[in-house]
Design a protein around this ligand. Structure first.
Ligand SMILES: NC(=O)C1=CN([C@@H]2O[C@H](COP(=O)(O)OP(=O)(O)OC[C@H]3O[C@@H](n4cnc5c(N)ncnc54)[C@H](OP(=O)(O)O)[C@@H]3O)[C@@H](O)[C@H]2O)C=CC1
Ligand SMILES: O=C(O)CCC(=O)C(=O)O
Length: 444
């Protein structure tokens, strides 16, 4: 890494030695900026990058809620408001037992630069709690969401910070949080996205991240291979919001999804996953092995990593951070994978990312490939501000346009830099430039 950038990184290691996900995201980012720093001495003189890699603020609080047995439970809640140079803070809320400050800092950091790539006027944030919604009753989730919002609401608002959903935060949980926000503020305004359709949500928001990922996959296949999704085989990790909508869009375009996973296992169906069946298994809170009751020719294993051993044309990690490591990408490469695109945030380890770039396997990082979710969140904010509702096709077309714009800008820049197989570097450079310029112009 460039000496000056390495200095900044080493300072962060000393200040936050245990925040490995945050350090990983910052390392990947800084590692892309060397040439830019060499070409413009003002970047080192104004020291802006040092200010850019630390969040503006971290709000951390205790959440006390009552379970169904009447016992008080305690969790930790957070909101990391990373950067508001481009607009109000914006980013999802995650409920998962693994949530900690490091994970939310990495997600908020990534969100800042993802939002920059969309060209929407949005800053970056992320929040959440180590609360585990799995196995909780509806009333427990309601009580938790109310308690969480009671602590957080004062830091939110349509021109201040606008959360949305993420892992473990269903549209129901968003509704409970927004409902509490309104009780506390007496305001009904666009201070949340991924809301329900009946109270100001946007059509296409539930599908947006998955559809956006498929739109960018289409553009990549056309550009690098002059082909389409029709007849291509895929694996899609996860079986949540992003994965399910990714898989159903692929199938509707004539592609075949050969495998999907959850944290405890994976299902391989060589004739193509029946996504309606898989979704209904999920809706009934059943485990993936139930799929075999209908399709005895499918294979279930209790290791989600077996997914990456299935020979396919395209792999789409859509579950969680660091789920795709060096061994996995080597296996995919041996099996002649054509491209890998990140539906999740930072699902690929640093070593695996380097391997893909070195071996010229087209790879689109999450901050570009999964920007569809926040894009439609931006469109939801626009509709709320204008008090209008757009139909499905209108929102879908706008989403497609933004995703294609992101991809073609990255590709063009990669050609300009003579390195069409390093879209990580160009995503970081392009997103950096806009945030940097906005910070300079506002004297931040
Ligand atoms: N929702 C959105 O709009 C956006 C989401 N993202 C990112 O996409 C990813 C998925 O989010 P989302 O779909 O909303 O979350 P969900 O909670 O809806 O789904 C997550 C899914 O991933 C599975 N999973 C978790 N860990 C693993 C693992 N190690 N291997 C295989 N599967 C696993 C979960 O299984 P189980 O239930 O067994 O834990 C679950 O099926 C996250 O990285 C998120 O930050 C990015 C942009 C926008
Ligand atoms: O819609 C949003 O505000 C953010 C979505 C999100 O959390 C993400 O892009 O990771």
């Amino acid at each position: 890494m460039h000496h000056y950038l390495d200095q900044i990184y080493q300072e962060l290691v000393i200040r936050h030695p245990h925040e490995k996900e945050y350090l990983q995201a910052v390392y990947e980012f800084l590692d892309s900026l060397g040439d830019l720093v060499d070409s413009d001495s003002s970047i080192t003189e104004n020291n802006m990058i040092r200010r850019m890699v630390e969040p503006d603020r971290i709000i951390s609080f205790k959440v006390i809620w009552e379970d169904d047995q009447g016992v008080n439970q305690v969790n930790t809640g957070y909101r990391v408001q990373f950067n508001q140079a481009l607009g109000p803070y914006k980013g999802g809320i995650r409920f998962h037992p693994t949530v900690n400050q490091s994970i939310l800092k990495f997600l908020a950091f990534e969100q800042t630069f993802k939002n920059s790539l969309t060209n929407l006027p949005l800053g970056g944030a992320k929040g959440g709690s180590d609360f585990n919604p799995k196995g909780k009753s509806d009333q427990e989730i309601l009580r938790f969401c109310r308690a969480f919002m009671t602590e957080l609401y004062t830091y939110l608002g349509p021109d201040l910070d606008i959360p949305a959903g993420d892992i473990g935060v269903s549209s129901k949980a968003v509704g409970y949080m927004f409902g509490m926000y309104k009780r506390l503020t007496h305001r009904h305004h666009g201070s949340f996205t991924s809301k329900g359709i009946t109270y100001g949500g946007s059509l296409v928001r539930p599908q947006a991240t998955g559809y956006g990922l498929v739109y960018i996959t289409e553009a990549l296949l056309k550009t690098y291979f002059d082909t389409s999704i029709q007849g291509k085989s895929f694996v899609v990790s996860g079986a949540g919001n992003v994965a399910i909508h990714t898989a159903s869009k692929i199938i509707s375009l004539g592609g075949m999804v050969k495998g999907m996973s959850e944290s405890y296992g994976m299902i391989h169906h060589d004739k193509g996953i029946d996504i309606e069946l898989l979704s209904s298994i999920k809706d009934k809170n059943q485990t993936l092995d139930q799929y075999l009751n209908t399709y005895s020719d499918a294979i279930y294993t209790d290791n989600p990593k077996d997914l990456w051993k299935i020979p396919v044309d395209i792999a789409l990690p859509c579950a969680t951070e660091n789920e795709l490591d060096l061994e996995d990408v080597k296996t995919l490469h041996q099996n002649h994978v054509m491209a890998i695109l990140e539906g999740a945030n930072m699902p690929t380890t640093l070593e695996a990312t380097h391997y893909l770039i070195q071996n010229k396997i087209p790879f689109v990082p999450g901050k570009a490939a999964n920007a569809g979710g926040v894009t439609v969140s931006g469109l939801e904010m626009q509709q709320n501000a204008m008090h209008v509702t757009w139909d499905f096709d209108t929102v879908d077309q706008k989403l497609k346009q933004v995703m294609h714009q992101i991809f073609y800008r990255l590709h063009e820049e990669s050609l300009r830099l003579n390195n069409p197989y390093d879209l990580v570097k160009v995503a970081n450079i392009l997103s950096f430039k806009k945030v940097y310029q906005a910070m300079i112009e506002q004297g931040l």
